[in-house]
Write a protein of this length. Structure first.
Length: 107
């Protein structure tokens, strides 16, 4: 990343994907059953994106759902730990716990 937050990346990705697909704000809004202002605010990073919308957007944009979900999840984590002095340490602990959980469920 270039010093931008995951939210900035998500915002730019959504706008870029919509434009590349030739979709208007109102078309995406209709597919998500929200108003165009909501989509516009999502693209500007002024509105958080719901997980359920990420999945629908991946389908609308014919884009890899896991990639969009990964960016969305990174954004959620970033928002929680960005201002914490121990944020990276906490993230490391979480990574270890997730790895242990994954190993134990594979057995």
């Amino acid at each position: 990343m270039t010093g931008e937050s995951p939210k900035d990346d998500n915002r730019k990705n959504l706008h870029k994907l919509r434009k590349e697909r030739g979709l208007l704000l109102r078309q995406v809004a209709a597919s998500l059953e929200v108003d165009t202002a909501y989509i516009s605010k999502m693209e500007r990073g002024e509105k958080n994106i719901k997980r359920e919308f990420i999945i629908k957007l991946a389908s609308i944009f014919d884009f890899d759902k896991n990639e969009l979900l990964t960016l969305w999840l990174a954004d959620q984590i970033y928002d929680i730990i960005k201002d914490e002095d121990l944020g990276l340490k906490a993230l490391s602990v979480c990574e270890g716990e997730i790895k242990k959980t994954k190993r134990s469920t594979r057995k």
